[in-house]
Design a protein. Structure first.
Length: 800
């Protein structure tokens, strides 16, 4: 503070002010307002009393009484004091501020920000963004500090960075649950290294499982997580994760689990400790790179020491295992203006083997597959309704199938070969007349096989197919989608009650009031009302399709021809003889329409709801194109085929499967039905799903049925979700095999979700045919999207 300023305000006589006005101005940086002000000792001391406000730069201090020492620059503020800085507010009983050093100290203080709060016996401001708190309690719960907190003897805080707590004690509802000598928590948008919250599980037969993640924020574009794990009877292990982002849509992720297993021994069904340590591991590397809009690649590498790992640690691998094999998958794609070229290759380990430590050398690998796809080329386009357009296209594929070691049996399948495929086609748009369309598609599906064994003859097959389709569409629109605003005078009082809040929630009671306040209907006090109207579009499409195989032939290797007559002899579905697909006893083939000479009828219906968004005026006061929301609330699809060349006495014997697919999704109802009905055998492949939502309850029912002897599936799934209170939720989901009369899985779950929106605790118990597991999961709100989704998606059964 300059000497001239001190002389300036010290020259004022001792006086008292009765109004809350500017009492002291120290340059442009400090202004003091109060109701009264006093000066003494020749202006050395200044005292302000009554609603004191001190403005210092971007900081503002409030209190009942303030004293200033001009020599030292110390300001003391007492009473119900408050400090407001940039994005921070601190309440306390006393503030001590030095204007020269800009250091601030508060007693019995509570710091509040948008992300967290701290209660401490003393808080010191070290610099612009750094604070120190003594005997403090930290929490992200702004509404209820007692919900959960972490207390510590010393707390070091850097706004926008992190908070460090020494001798930390985690508390929930005032109960001590965990002690940590040191913990660092991020209070910024960028990531920070430190301990993450542990995961607790109980699983038979290993018992109690404890996982403690340690997060390492290596850089802005890379991080790692190291998770030491106690696996109960199984011993010790660790999880490792490394993630890195190189650029947009260009990333790498590595995951690994290592276990020194004290139970497992290969080829032994141990359920208790074996007194030996067996090293087990699983690793996964995944990389995706989108180098440009036309060039990309994807790599997935998985490996493990034994295939039993996926059984014993299924809670870790279930979301990572995509099929009954694992290994190396590689894909690269380049798109050009007129065609695209891709290469994919895989080298896999078969899980379904007797010896979990051995590699199945007779498992067929794909090394590699090359795909070529030519964009449809427009050959002709006319201006008339008839013969409107002609286009053509071409697809081709080369696949190399290889075994590490060929089977020695003489009757073994031929598994070492390369296959060349070609699929040219021509599409004719014969008629385009309003809702009526007539089109035809002619194609050739060709495969050629060359075997590694020199004595084996090559094999080839082709199918020439023509499909002709007549379609007729018609729509009908009900209502008009719009939003209008009306004034209160345009409604009668009984009509205004239609706009009242119908949430059904009871008003909160105030414990400090005697009795209850009379109810108040806010709709009666509103001046303007928005009325939203939706429209519905019912679309129907009728299709009459004729499928005809013009020519089909197989030539060459008779051994391979006999092999692909059965599904077990295929490399993949492309090996099937299209003309004989309906004769295969496979769920995949029996649900398709035979293509020999078949007439197919389709009736497709959809009901779409159109709802206006918030009204936004454009220059001409009309809606913009994106001012509506669209949702499908119902659909109904029907398909039936008729074999025209079938020599049968009755029409029923000529009918193919009947396909029905229907769904209804509106209000509190969710309904879905998919059914394949086979007229000749009266068999069904049926899936029925229904869900009903009430205010506090949601019910689920699902039934899967396959009556074919080879499949024989009858599984029913039932469940409910019950939320008797906003803070408490119960979930139950059970799958039951009706044929075997046994449970497949049962899941019980309890969620405790306090109103403070700070944390959620989840208790989960699941019992399946192979395991029993109990887990406790904590979800804390650090502003992450995962917490918001977990809380809002309670009524989604997929979260169980």
């Amino acid at each position: 503070m300059s000497l001239a300023l001190i002389i300036f305000w010290a020259a004022f006589p001792c006086q008292a002010q009765s109004k809350n006005e500017l009492q002291l101005s120290l340059g442009d940086s400090v202004n003091i307002y109060s109701e009264k002000a006093y000066r003494r000792d020749n202006g050395t001391y200044f005292e302000a009393v009554g609603n004191v406000i001190i403005i210092s730069g971007q900081d503002t201090l409030y209190g009942e009484k303030a004293t200033l020492n001009s020599k030292t620059g110390d300001i003391t503020l007492e009473g119900s004091v408050r400090y407001i800085g940039k994005n921070i507010t601190i309440y306390g009983s006393r503030i001590a501020l030095n204007m020269n050093s800009n250091k601030l100290e508060m007693d019995n203080a509570r710091m509040i920000t948008t992300e967290f709060s701290i209660v401490a016996s003393k808080i010191k401001k070290i610099s612009e963004n750094k604070y120190f708190a003594k005997e403090a309690e930290f929490t992200t719960c702004r509404d209820c500090v007692e919900s959960w907190m972490i207390s510590g003897q010393e707390v070091h805080l850097e706004i926008g960075e992190y908070v460090q707590i020494y001798h930390a004690l985690a508390k929930i509802k005032g109960t001590d649950v965990l002690y940590l000598p040191y913990i660092a928590l991020p209070v910024k948008t960028t990531r920070e290294s430190g301990l993450l919250f542990p995961q607790l599980n109980q699983r038979a037969p290993e018992g109690f499982i404890y996982e403690q993640p340690v997060f390492w924020a290596i850089d802005e574009d890379k991080d790692a997580t190291f998770t030491p794990t106690f696996l109960g009877e199984r011993g010790l292990g660790t999880n490792l994760q490394y993630r890195q982002v190189f650029a947009e849509k260009n990333w790498l992720e590595i995951n690994s689990k290592l276990v020194m297993d004290e139970i497992y021994q290969p080829r032994e069904q141990n359920t208790s400790a074996s007194n030996r340590h067996y090293f087990r591991n699983y690793f996964e590397l995944e990389n995706h790179s989108q180098w440009s809009n036309s060039f990309s690649h994807h790599v997935l590498i998985q490996g493990s020491g034994d295939t039993d790992f996926f059984r014993d640690f299924n809670y870790y691998t279930d979301d990572r295992l995509l099929s009954n094999d694992y290994g190396i998958d590689f894909f690269i794609n380049q798109r050009f203006d007129q065609f695209s070229l891709s290469l994919e290759s895989s080298y896999k380990r078969n899980i379904l083997v007797d010896d979990p430590t051995e590699f199945d050398k007779q498992y067929v690998q794909t090394l590699p597959t090359v795909n070529l796809s030519v964009m449809p080329q427009l050959l002709y386009q006319g201006e008339h309704k008839f013969l409107h357009k002609i286009s053509s296209g071409f697809k081709s594929r080369f696949s190399n199938f290889k075994q590490v070691e060929e089977a020695e049996e003489e009757d073994a399948y031929l598994r070492n070969a390369h296959r060349i495929e070609a699929y040219p086609y021509v599409h004719f748009s014969l008629l385009n007349w309003g809702p009526l369309n007539l089109s035809s598609n002619i194609s050739i599906d060709y495969q050629e096989y060359n075997f590694d064994e020199s004595e084996e003859q090559n094999f080839s097959k082709y199918t020439n197919l023509i499909s002709t389709e007549v379609s007729f569409t018609m729509d009908r629109i009900f209502g008009l989608a719009y939003e209008e605003t009306y004034s209160r005078d345009e409604f009668r009082e009984q009509d205004l009650m239609k706009f009242k809040n119908q949430s059904g929630k009871e008003p909160k009671k105030n414990d400090k009031l005697i009795g209850e306040l009379p109810s108040f209907e806010s709709a009666l006090a509103r001046e303007r009302f928005k009325v939203t109207s939706s429209s519905y579009r019912h679309a129907q499409e009728f299709k009459f399709i004729h499928h005809q195989i013009l020519a089909s032939d197989e030539s060459g290797n008779e051994r391979f021809l006999a092999q692909i007559q059965e599904e077990e002899g295929w490399f993949d579905y492309r090996d099937a003889i299209i003309e004989d697909l309906d004769e295969l006893q496979s769920n995949e083939t029996r649900t398709t329409i035979p293509l020999k000479n078949t007439f197919e009828f389709q009736w497709n219906n959809s009901l779409i709801k159109k709802t206006p968004k918030n009204y936004i005026y454009s220059t001409d006061e009309k809606y913009l194109k994106d001012q509506f929301n669209y949702s499908t609330i119902g659909y109904f699809e029907l398909s039936q085929g008729l074999l025209l060349e079938e020599s049968a006495d009755s029409v029923e014997d000529k009918l193919t499967r009947l396909y029905l697919n229907s769904g209804y999704n509106v209000g509190s109802w969710r309904f879905k039905l998919t059914d394949y009905y086979f007229h000749q055998t009266s068999d069904n492949i049926l899936t029925l799903h229904a869900q009903k939502r009430f205010e506090r309850l949601s019910l689920l029912g699902k039934y899967d049925h396959n009556s074919f002897t080879s499949s024989n599936l009858k599984v029913i799934q039932t469940g409910f979700q019950f939320r008797p209170h906003d803070i408490l939720g119960f979930s139950y989901l059970k799958s039951f095999d009706l044929d075997a009369n046994e449970d497949i899985s049962s899941i019980y779950q309890v969620d405790f979700m306090p109103h403070n929106n700070c944390w959620i605790v989840n208790l989960n118990y699941r019992e399946t045919l192979i395991e029993q597991r109990f887990s406790i999961n904590w979800e804390f709100n650090f502003g992450n999207e995962e917490f918001k989704e977990y809380r809002t998606n309670f009524w989604n059964f997929t979260r169980i």
